[in-house]
Design a protein around this ligand. Structure first.
Ligand code: AKG
Length: 255
């Protein structure tokens, strides 16, 4: 039976570099629960502030679905934010989770470089000698927007600015035991978050067919001001429990 555990948390507001290097060496995920609490972005990045900064630029919605390029469609940033905050995208039971409109890996700082002043980027956390390419992207999604189970080709620090994410992770050693995952393999937990169900996140994971043969799963609810270190090679599934804005920062090893 799968062992489901909450991810370990580190409460310190400043993450010691040597400690982080050790996590990288151990390939160990940890939630840094105060990492982004002092970011100005936490107070400033309301939907209307982001619209004021990025405005009516055309943006590609639903990048990185791990599906066909035809999943991508274009709309203005302001239209996207309006629909996402009001939960107005037409999604029903038949909409595969990967196809729910989601602004993934969005070049927020390319669109508006001054927004970088509102965060203390995770860029400086990475090891220059190992991570010689560091890139950042924003994820802005409505309640229910989801990124299907996948692994990155880099170490990653995901920081939540507003909202909350359910994240489930599988260690590299269990990767081959994942039951074939489909684009519509949802781990439904919204009702638990909304306190409309007595079930637990743990039981939903235990009973989900994708994890039937997996030995270990870690999970967390990542809230505003918190960050998660997702080590290279860990498969992860991410679902937004509210309208959520986050910044992912990848430290990649280029040969
Ligand atoms: O926030 C998300 O939806 C996905 C984040 C992710 O998968 C990543 O940063 O690699």
């Amino acid at each position: 039976m799968v062992l489901v555990q909450e991810l370990e948390r580190n409460e310190q507001s400043v993450i010691d570099q040597e400690y982080f290097y050790q996590l990288i060496d151990e390939n160990k995920p940890v939630v840094f629960s105060s990492f982004a609490k002092s970011w100005d972005a936490i107070q400033k990045w309301t939907p209307s502030y982001l619209v004021e900064k990025v405005g009516d630029k055309q943006v590609d919605v639903s990048m990185c679905t791990f599906g066909p390029m035809s999943d991508i469609f274009t709309m203005t940033f302001s239209q996207y934010i309006e629909k996402a905050t009001k939960n107005e995208f037409v999604i029903d039971e038949s909409t595969p989770i990967a196809k729910r409109p989601y602004l993934r890996n969005f070049g927020l700082f390319d669109e508006c470089p001054e927004l970088k002043n509102d965060i203390k980027s995770a860029e400086g956390m990475f090891k220059n000698d190992i991570h010689n390419l560091v890139i950042q992207g924003a994820f802005i999604g409505s309640q229910g927007s989801t990124t299907v189970l996948h692994k990155d080709t880099a170490d990653n620090i995901v920081s939540v600015v507003s909202g909350a994410k359910f994240i489930a992770m599988i260690p590299p050693k269990d990767e081959t035991k994942i039951q074939s995952c489909h684009q519509d393999d949802e781990i439904s937990v919204q009702d638990i978050y909304d306190k409309k169900s007595q079930d637990t996140y743990q039981s939903r994971i235990e009973n989900h067919p994708v994890f039937a043969n997996v030995e270990n799963v870690r999970y967390t609810i990542l809230r505003a001001g918190e960050a998660l270190y997702i080590p290279l090679g860990w498969n992860h599934y991410v679902s937004n429990l509210e309208f959520t804005v986050s910044v992912s920062c990848w430290g990649k090893k280029m040969i």
